[in-house]
Every structure is written in structure tokens, then in C-alpha cells.
Design a protein around this ligand. Structure first.
Ligand code: PGA
Length: 253
């Protein structure tokens, strides 16, 4: 059985050490008895060290929201995978739609980052998802297939099993408009079928596919009850300890 995983994507919030610590000090005791859900907090870079320090001796893991694919050099403003790994991060979010849309990241760039993250033993959480116009034109599955093929190009089976895929319909992110559990499940089944076709059944059964887009305590349970939804990537509702805890509770199987 796949273990559900909840990622807290803080985006550009709680970027000071004290803001991160304040949230985590409230959150950590709430989740101390949660056993069968992986929990990953992805704060802004400036709060990563404080987050790592605050969650040490807990089962909570820490991730970054982005990285570059080079190890070091003249890349002003960028952060390398080995920096993240060496300070203790275990996860990295790649290809979030805000990276794609605001910062023009392409599938090809995300593919390069993905390979480097894996080389550095970071667990990538790779986001894919369609725009509203694409869904309305009935193109969702084509878009997903195309993103999958380009983003995961050259990724081996053993690598894919470690990757977390996040299906995040762009029209549902930060909009309050959640995909229905049926809409999400349909695409999760579709992604799993792509994995089966491109790799094999065993890989398809093992790979964890999260849903992301306006997850809240009030809709989390019905989403996570779907067989192919293995937890979620949570933005807005991950900023408060209580709502993040409620979402994690809803993911317990
Ligand atoms: P949201 O963000 O929960 O605020 O919609 C999700 C995400 O962007 O990962």
C-alpha cells in the first residue's frame, strides 16, 4: 500500500526564521501521533535552516520549493541541489505551476532539475497540471501526457518509484475552486496508466501521486478517500497549524 504524503508548500510566506518557528512549535505536538502519513514542510529558503532545526527529533521532513540544476558557479540568485542536501533537506518541489507560469520554466528545464535532484538524493515532488482553457477544450489528458513525457524524459524505473508526482490543475490553485474528487481521481488514474505504459505495472502501483489545488480541511477527506490519490500538496491551508493538521488527519488510512 502506498503511504500518503502531505506537502506544505508555504510559497512566499513565513520566510523569516521566527515566523516559521512560531507555526511549527504549534504544529509539531499536534502531529506527534501521526504514523502513516509522510509530512514535508517546504518553507522559503530563508526559513529552511530554522525549520530543519525546529523539526529535528520529529518525523517531519523538510523540502525546498525550487532549485537550479548546476552544482555551483556564476548563477546569481540560484540554489544548488547539493546545498539543499548538505544542510539536511530531503525533498524539493519542482515544476510548480507558479514556476512555470511566472518564471517561464519549461518541461525541459524541469527535466534537467529533476535529474540533478535525483543525483543528489533529494526526493522530487514534481508538479504537472492543465490550465482552465485546456480543460474546457477537452485537452486535459493530452496536456498531462505531453508534460509527463517531457518532464520525465530519461528517468529510469527505480528513479520514478522514488519521485512524488503532484497533479495540480492550475485552475484549482489558490482559487478556492477545488477539483471534485471524481475529476482528480480520473486524472490520477490516467497518470498511473501512463506510468504503467511507459514503465510497468509495479512502478505504476508504487509511485505516489498527490493532488494539489485548494485543499482544505473541509474537502480533504473526500479527495484522499479516492484510491489513486496519495495525499496532497497544500498551499494556503498549510500556513496555519490547525488546518494543516486537519488535512494530515484526513490523509490517515
Ligand atoms: P493552494 O496551493 O492549496 O493554495 O491552492 C496548492 C499549491 O500550489 O501547491
Amino acid at each position: 500500500m502506498r503511504k500518503p504524503i502531505i506537502g506544505a508548500n508555504w510559497k512566499m510566506h513565513k520566510g523569516t526564521p521566527s515566523e516559521a518557528e512560531e507555526m511549527l512549535v504549534e504544529f509539531i505536538p499536534m502531529v506527534k501521533d501521526i504514523k502513516n502519513v509522510d509530512i514535508v514542510i517546504a518553507p522559503p529558503y530563508t526559513a529552511i535552516l530554522k525549520t530543519l532545526d525546529t523539526v529535528k527529533n520529529t518525523t517531519i521532513k523538510v523540502g525546498a520549493q525550487n532549485m537550479y540544476y548546476e552544482e555551483k558557479g556564476a548563477f546569481t540568485g540560484e540554489i544548488s541541489p547539493s546545498f539543499l542536501k548538505k544542510i539536511g533537506c530531503q525533498y524539493v518541489i519542482l515544476g510548480h505551476s507558479e514556476r512555470r507560469n511566472i518564471f517561464n520554466e519549461t518541461d525541459e528545464l524541469i527535466n534537467k532539475k529533476l535529474k540533478k535532484a535525483l543525483d543528489n538524493n533529494l526526493i522530487p515532488i514534481v508538479c504537472i497540471g492543465e490550465h482552465l482553457e485546456e480543460r474546457e477544450k477537452g485537452n486535459t489528458k493530452n496536456v498531462i501526457k505531453n508534460q509527463f513525457n517531457l518532464t520525465f524524459d530519461g528517468i529510469r524505473k527505480e528513479q520514478l518509484k522514488k519521485i512524488i508526482i503532484a497533479y495540480e490543475p492550475i485552475w484549482a490553485i489558490g482559487t478556492g475552486r477545488t477539483a471534485t474528487p471524481e475529476q482528480a481521481e480520473e486524472i490520477h488514474v490516467f497518470i498511473r496508466k501512463i506510468v504503467e505504459d511507459e514503465y510497468d505495472k509495479d512502478t505504476a502501483e508504487q509511485v505516489r501521486i498527490q493532488y494539489g489545488g485548494s485543499i482544505k480541511p473541509s474537502n480533504a477527506k473526500e479527495l484522499f478517500n479516492k484510491v489513486n490519490i496519495d495525499g496532497g500538496l497544500v498551499g494556503g491551508a498549510s500556513l496555519q497549524a490547525e488546518s494543516l493538521y486537519q488535512i494530515i488527519k484526513a490523509a490517515e488510512k
